[in-house]
Design a protein around this ligand. Structure first.
Ligand SMILES: C[S@@+](CC[C@H](N)C(=O)[O-])C[C@H]1O[C@@H](n2cnc3c(N)ncnc32)[C@H](O)[C@@H]1O
Length: 382
């Protein structure tokens, strides 16, 4: 496909997303219908579409219209692309720019977040607001966690290099690597397949590194999902691990991932049956606002009603999980959210209604180039 044809395809996929189709479904649907498209074409179209979703407001403003075409025109304007070459009206590329489209709109460019969230995010992020919102509009890094049960960070870096993947070691977490080239090859690489590394964002690794985890503990990952947190903990200490999730189907990948990592994790359906635990980790469902650069369509779908519903679910999980902690044990509350409602305010509300719970620490990791927005609190249960 020519660069212009990729742009035209992104325009069509964006239109489908704007009319309500989830981004992944729209992209896989196009890829299935388009056998002629090679892997580089698919990657380029995906990048265009995700850039467009991340910067939907500013791009549609600069492109003059909230449509696939308006968004792509704005994105290409922001990126300083050669518009005459891409919008030439030739071949499978987009039609030539109209007279109106040739005029760059002037005025205040809107922020790339839903309007109702601007004041909330401003209040919650404080001095990190500007850099955080800029990071939300950019592509996320591909971060890896080195499995310390199998290797060390330098050896993992060398092994990845042999697989054609270059990385560097960010300073925030001792287990973290960030891929600079070959990131798309990670899941197929020998280093990954043999469990030396896992895909995991740097902030989750920072949380796992900071919690008081010991090898003599009985640990429950209460919202385990695909198992990222429990696998991270198992990489750090060989404790006794249990994992559950309200939606059992979400635990599907965990046994295979645990086997690859050489970790012993018991997937359970009734956490009360094995209680009490010395440490219960609650990686609760949340807005995901700290990771919206990875799932940018979620940002535009998220409503106040969703936030209200989520904060209720989070409060319920905190209450239920606290009952499972052994006296003197630890409860960890974590979200990948930037919103106080889901973080500090939620923890405060829990503290207000719980007797004998001590807040040991809270940390809000800002959304930055290397880190996703993430919050975690360590609580001690009497
Ligand atoms: C943020 S995700 C967990 C991600 C996972 N810890 C990881 O690192 O891959 C939140 C999970 O909480 C689960 N969940 C939702 N409500 C729950 C509840 N009441 N009790 C336990 N888990 C719940 C969801 O099914 C979802 O898998």
């Amino acid at each position: 496909m020519t660069p212009a044809a990729r742009v035209q395809t992104a325009i069509e996929v964006l239109d489908e997303i704007l009319s309500g189709t989830p981004a992944e479904k729209a992209l896989t649907g196009w890829a299935r219908r388009s056998r002629f498209a090679g892997s580089k074409d698919r990657a380029a179209v995906r990048d265009h579409v995700y850039d467009g979703l991340r910067r939907r407001n500013s791009a549609s403003f600069l492109g003059g219209d909230l449509s696939g075409r308006g968004i792509m025109l704005g994105i290409l304007r922001q990126d300083g692309a050669d518009l005459d070459a891409l919008f030439s009206g030739q071949g499978y590329g987009p039609a030539a720019l109209s007279v109106a489209e040739q005029i760059v709109p002037s005025g205040d460019v809107p922020l790339d977040i839903p309007e109702w969230l601007v004041p909330r995010l401003r209040d919650s992020m404080g001095g990190d607001f500007e850099t955080g919102i800029a990071a939300m509009s950019a592509r996320a890094p591909v971060a890896l966690r080195v499995n310390l049960q199998k290797t060390d960070r330098d050896s993992a870096r060398r092994a990845l290099l042999e697989d054609g993947i270059e990385t560097y070691s960010p300073t925030q977490a001792s287990t973290a690597l960030i891929a600079t080239t070959g990131a798309r090859k990670v899941a197929q690489s020998k280093t990954y397949q043999t469990g030396l590394v896992e895909l995991q964002d740097v902030s989750s690794q920072m949380a796992i590194e900071a919690i008081p985890l010991r090898s003599d503990m009985k640990v429950l990952d209460y919202c385990a999902g695909g198992g990222g947190k429990v696998l991270g903990m198992a990489g750090r200490a060989t404790a006794q691990y249990f994992a559950c999730d309200a939606i059992e189907a979400r635990l599907r990948d965990l046994p295979n991932r645990a086997e690859r990592a050489g970790a012993d994790i018991q997937v359970i359906t009734d956490p009360a049956q094995h209680a009490p635990y010395d440490l219960v980790f609650c990686d609760v469902p949340c807005s995901g606002s700290g990771t919206w650069r990875r799932t940018p369509d979620a940002k535009w779908r998220f409503t106040k009603a969703d936030l209200d519903e989520l904060t209720q679910v989070q409060a319920g999980i905190l209450f239920d999980a606290a009952q499972l902690v052994a006296p003197g044990g630890v409860l960890v509350y974590a979200t990948c959210s930037l919103l106080d409602d889901e973080n500090i305010l939620q923890i405060q509300k829990f503290m207000d209604v719980s007797s004998g719970v001590k807040l040991v620490s809270t940390e809000q990791i800002p959304l930055g180039q290397e880190t996703d927005g993430f919050c975690f609190a360590v609580l001690e249960v009497a």
